[in-house]
Write a protein of this length. Structure first.
Length: 343
């Protein structure tokens, strides 16, 4: 624990989650309205990378107001760019059941998606200013993607972030062709870390991290359809990457002299409706949906701040070991090897 003085600097960890990223938009909107809270570094994967780039670019242009306006522009442009694809796939859909989603695991984007990531590139070129992201006025932005050949995660830091890096971080393998950077193919960063946490505390062991969690740690239902099975496989990969990051953070806090990395988490699984958490929502595009998710994110961040504002800069508001480590198998000498979630 420590006592804070002056504004609290929050380093943002922004998870991926497709359309669920609009929930993050709402949370960020509320944070930007909070006096006494400044934005520090940003680490994002997939939709989190897009939100991070929009926030950082807007912040560099015109402070908090610029960040809020650019986040709104991002989701407006995503809705516009996605409307054509939604129209084209409409005959393949029925209410409550995405037939296209069920067929997706059987089809290759090299055969079925001639537009590639062109529509998303169009969006990013309008909301991201790479030159501004390299200036001191912009919060330091880190985004990650997975090397298809090696499986290694690559983190693109300040000075490296580009439209291609953002596209790579958002490249869902069954929807888009791999993004080529420096002659290597990359896929969605969420497979390696959702998001990477270490860039947020590297060289600053006394700091606060605020993570907007879109991936549910647990789903009660067993998935039966192809799309939901694939979704849960992806979520499990994301969860295991996050647990590894949390284990490293916990170890550092316990063993490094002077380390005080305070972790804060706002989870969508406690702040959004059951309908909006349904897996198919992630692949849905629409202004009405985005605005509803933004409203939910804003309201839930407001509630979170009312309950936890006094802990910022003082101590963690989430028990990392209980939430992320104890329920999972640990190495010898770790937190424990039994499942404690039902206790």
């Amino acid at each position: 624990m420590r006592r804070s003085s002056g504004p609290v600097v929050l380093n943002l960890a922004l998870q991926g989650g497709g359309a669920h990223g609009a929930f993050t938009w709402g949370v960020l909107d509320r944070l930007l309205d909070e006096p006494g809270v400044d934005i520090g570094r940003i680490s994002g994967s997939s939709a989190g990378a897009l939100n991070g780039a929009a926030l950082a670019t807007g912040y560099a242009r015109d402070g908090r107001a610029g960040a809020k306006a650019n986040l709104a522009l991002l989701w407006q442009k995503v809705a516009e760019a996605g409307s054509l694809m939604t129209f084209l796939f409409l005959p393949l859909r029925k209410p409550g059941m995405g037939i296209w989603d069920d067929a997706m695991p059987l089809l290759s984007p090299y055969q079925t998606n001639p537009l590639g990531m062109g529509p998303l590139r169009y969006v990013l070129e309008r909301v991201t200013d790479v030159a501004l992201l390299k200036t001191p006025a912009a919060p330091a932005l880190f985004v990650n993607a997975v090397d298809v050949h090696t499986g290694y995660s690559r983190v693109f830091g300040p000075g490296e972030v580009s439209v291609d890096a953002l596209l790579a971080s958002s490249c869902a393998p069954l929807m888009f062709q791999a993004v080529q950077i420096d002659g290597r193919p990359y896929w969605d960063g969420s497979y390696g870390g959702n998001p990477m946490l270490w860039p947020l505390y590297q060289d600053r062991l006394d700091t606060d991290i605020f993570m907007i969690e879109l991936t549910p740690l647990e789903r009660q239902e067993t998935p039966m359809t192809a799309k939901n099975i694939l979704n849960r496989i992806n979520e499990i990969a994301s969860i295991n990457g996050l647990v590894a990051e949390m284990r490293a953070l916990d170890l550092l806090n316990r063993q490094a002299a002077g380390a005080a990395i305070r972790m804060h988490v706002l989870s969508m699984d406690t702040g959004a409706s059951q309908l909006d958490q349904e897996p198919s929502i992630k692949r849905t595009v629409g202004r009405v949906l985005f605005e509803r998710l933004r409203h939910e994110g804003y309201a839930n961040c407001d509630s979170w701040l009312s309950a936890n504002r006094g802990l910022l800069g003082v101590r963690s508001s989430v028990d990392v070991r209980a939430r992320y480590l104890a329920p999972y198998a640990q190495p010898p000498g770790g937190v424990g090897t039994q499942d404690t979630r039902k206790r």
